[in-house]
Design a protein around this ligand. Sequence first.
Ligand SMILES: [Zn+2]
Length: 236
Amino acid sequence: MDGVEARRANRRRFHVSVDWLLRPDRARALRVLCVGAHCDDIEIGCAATLQVLQRRKGGVTIDWVVLSGTETRRREAANAMHRFVRPRFRGSLGFADFPDGRFPTVYGSIKDLFESLKREQRPDLILCHERDDRHQDHRIVNEMVWSTFRDPLVLEYEIPKWDGGLGQPNVYVPVTAKDAALKADALVEAYPSQAQRDWFTRDTFLSLLRLRGLECRSPSGYAEAFHGRKVRIAGF
Ligand SMILES: [Zn+2]
């Protein structure tokens, strides 16, 4: 086995289908619930992974919930969701109106929302903020997910920001160069309200994709990464 073959074999050895991590008694298309504290969080965290999910056999339905945002930002988020999720894979798109930056003050109301999501959405996979994210709104979303849902696989996405805090993820989703470019381009185009922010740039998004791609040896060089706190493998 030469060096190239060894690297390919190494990649195969660590490849796990998401179906191995989901409940085996599921008899329907994969249902994915994306949750973000703010407009643009979901896209920054997992827009490229959503492209991979939409290529899987067996179908997928992607529900999208954002917990805060002005009218302008909501319009941008709706536009972004439509760019990232093709019509036949779109589930619901919902917005709540909790105060940006002050989620701890409305803890009970947010819990009520999550209980209603549990009844209505029945997700197999939840993509949400990371537990150790330093933004108070992001942390509350993570806490709500874990305190509300028992059965879904939860993968926690990462958000680059000024206060740092990016940790060491343990779940990687290799994506194509096209997925990576779509994420970077569509994010910048869909959110003109963020154009004045010096970090909200194409190279910010691409650089994190590239770094995570390097870490997991993605064939394209690009990947998104997540924190999987509890993973059950059902495919052996
Ligand atoms: Zn946010």
